[in-house]
Design a protein around this ligand. Structure first.
Ligand code: GAR
Length: 194
């Protein structure tokens, strides 16, 4: 059984898909806890599934390092095999990344290395490209630069805006996130060798 702590910042649709997937006894994954950096809507999904939640608010700490240290200690308390960033929108400092990587993965709404950063879908549309995608990658010291685990292409349609394109990408993100985590649990994916 692979144990996972999920970190979110927003609505948590990827988290919800993962929680649903882990309801199956055939899925050897257990979500130990869900954390966020603020009052994220998605924490309600964890409540619904009886999964413990925690919030470590950045604004309560004088700097990123002390905030991330508290976040790290809180995650460590659950002793997970894997930490999954599922729409976690804060950049984690090297100390946190070094502690958990390569067992630290992230979802990103583009075909990385194209369009890294917090506004991938907006930047994709601004660039006028016809194709984008969804990526799951191991987190390294950079921003969205870590080794790519799974990736899938998504067409940009005429008339797409940020919400319509992002929603189409998220359909694939959810599948890729679940496939990645089950793959790690079943030892078909070795994060140390990506
Ligand atoms: C996802 O689309 C994910 O790719 C993005 O946040 C969204 C969260 O959606 N993350 C990043 O952009 C990180 N760089 P959700 O809250 O509905 O799961």
């Amino acid at each position: 059984m692979l144990s996972v702590v999920v970190l979110i910042s927003g609505t948590g649709s990827n988290l919800l898909a993962l929680l649903k997937a882990t309801e199956s006894p055939l899925v050897p994954v257990r979500i130990l806890a869900v954390g966020s950096d603020g009052p994220a809507l998605g924490l309600a999904h964890a409540d619904l599934y009886g999964v413990p939640t925690f919030v470590v608010e950045r604004s309560r700490f004088p700097d990123r390092e002390s905030w991330a240290k508290k976040l790290q200690e809180t995650v460590e308390h659950f002793n997970p095999d894997l930490v999954a960033l599922a729409g976690f929108m804060k950049i984690l400092p090297p100390a946190f990344v070094n502690r958990f990587s390569p067992n630290l993965i992230n979802i990103h709404a583009s075909l990385l290395p194209l369009f890294p950063g917090a506004n991938a879908v907006r930047d994709t549309l601004a660039a006028g490209v016809s194709e984008t995608g969804a990526t799951i990658h191991v987190v390294d010291a950079g921003v969205d630069t870590g080794p790519i685990i799974l990736q899938r292409k998504v067409q940009v349609m005429p008339g797409d805006d940020v919400p319509t394109l992002h929603e189409r990408i998220k359909v694939h993100e959810r599948e890729l996130l679940i496939d990645t985590i089950i793959g790690v649990a079943e030892k078909r994916i070795d994060l140390a060798k990506i």
